[in-house]
Design a protein around this ligand. Structure first.
Ligand SMILES: Cc1cc2nc3c(=O)[nH]c(=O)nc-3n(C[C@H](O)[C@H](O)[C@H](O)COP(=O)(O)OP(=O)(O)OC[C@H]3O[C@@H](n4cnc5c(N)ncnc54)[C@H](O)[C@@H]3O)c2cc1C
Length: 359
């Protein structure tokens, strides 16, 4: 009879026993001391957290930043994402630390004074969709939890910070390690230094401006919405009644914004509609900053007041609807005869992508 969840092993069941160390690592082709891994990932940690559970697969995760993320862009966690977190074992932790979005309110001019009224208040997630809540939490915190999963997995995987994929080459005829990846060092004082890693597979999770996608000759195609949006996390004093609710506010002639309360009870995120852009114009060309986002939000909120005490983070971005023309390195005429060696995931191969103009 077993007397702990996983049998006879005491301790935290989320921390799995370490796998035996893999056989001596191969040196890279460049002989620079970097190990050649079976599977190399560029970017975010979700796939890496899955791969970390398999000691038979040696995984290396490279990230140009020098340390884990502190402030993230995304903060909305849909019920499906929560279901995925449940599979990784940390949905309860996210549910405990986050702010739950149970209702949404809508504000608009209703033809009577005052100029803005609450015109609707609806349940946020329809019944029967999921047993999980829709929540908001800083993405950096979610990253922490994926890093914990990696660290507690049998492989004890940790990211290699300060490295970015600069280029890669594939030798489809090679039986072992057919992908040679050139990595660029990003730490101060090491810029320009390069290392080489050879891998059996590379998965590019390196975002909308993916270097891995460029290296396999992929590009994004589609149209931008020609509309600049501002996003800002702030601490403010306001008489807007739904400041701690998810709310959409549509003013008479100044545009729209969305209010999202953040975990911890202080911070609020605003998404604010800014200027329409010309056909070939980028949001960055306008030189807008946090003051422009705040000024526009104050105009949309009238007659309510918004007194900003502190800005924690902001960004200006455009909404685009773009698709990649490549999801892996296999040429269209070789699909039946060759398996992929380089694959893309996440925003690197998007059905739609937001393009941050500056942050
Ligand atoms: C303002 C804004 C708000 C958003 N809000 C939400 C939200 O509320 N909810 C939601 O679900 N989604 C939201 N999104 C979308 C969400 O952020 C993205 O869909 C998601 O981050 C994509 O994840 P990813 O890992 O594919 O790419 P990214 O998050 O872009 O991560 C790419 C990673 O690759 C690294 N990298 C870059 N270049 C290289 C290289 N050459 N070599 C190696 N690594 C590299 C980067 O440092 C980064 O860590 C938002 C996006 C924006 C811009």
């Amino acid at each position: 009879m077993q007397f702990h969840r996983d049998g006879f092993r005491p301790g935290d069941p989320d921390v799995q026993p370490p796998a035996p160390r893999p056989p001596a690592c191969r040196r890279s082709a460049a002989g620079d001391g970097r190990r050649a891994d079976r599977r190399l990932r560029a970017g975010g940690p979700v796939l890496a957290a899955q791969l970390a559970r398999w000691p038979q697969i040696r995984t290396m995760l490279v990230e140009p930043k020098l340390a884990p993320m502190e402030k993230g862009r995304a903060d909305g966690i849909s019920v499906r994402s929560m279901e995925m977190f449940q599979a990784f074992g940390f949905a309860e932790k996210v549910a405990r630390e986050s702010v739950w979005i149970n209702e949404t309110t809508f504000w608009a001019p209703d033809g009577t004074a005052p100029p803005l009224s609450r015109v609707a208040r609806v349940q946020d997630v329809p019944d029967g969709i999921s047993e999980m809540p829709h929540v908001l939490i800083n993405r950096a915190r979610v990253h922490d939890m994926f890093l914990d999963v990696m660290r507690n997995a049998p492989t004890r995987l940790v990211p290699d910070y300060g490295l970015k994929v600069a280029d890669l080459r594939i030798d489809p005829a090679a039986a072992q390690y057919p992908v040679t990846v050139a990595l660029e060092h990003t730490a101060p004082g090491q810029e320009g230094r390069r290392s080489t890693v050879r891998a059996n597979y590379v998965i590019g999770c390196d975002g909308a401006r993916s270097s891995v996608r460029s290296a396999i000759g992929g590009a994004l195609h589609g149209d931008a919405a020609h509309q600049a949006w501002g996003v800002i996390d702030l601490l403010a004093v306001t008489d807007f009644p739904d400041w701690r609710m998810k709310s959409f506010v549509r003013s008479h002639d100044e545009g729209i914004l969305m209010v999202l309360p953040r975990e911890g009870g202080h911070l609020v995120r605003l998404y604010v509609e800014l200027d329409a852009l010309g056909e070939h114009e980028r949001a960055a060309d306008r030189g807008m900053n946090a003051d422009d986002i705040i000024a526009k939000a104050q105009r949309i909120f009238r007659p309510f007041t918004l007194e900003v005490k502190e800005v924690v983070w902001w960004s200006i971005y455009e909404i685009g609807h773009r698709l990649t023309d490549k999801f892996d390195d296999v040429p269209a005429d070789r699909v039946a005869s060759r398996s992929p060696r380089v694959m893309l995931a996440g925003d690197a191969c998007p059905p739609t992508a937001r393009r941050p103009a500056r942050a």
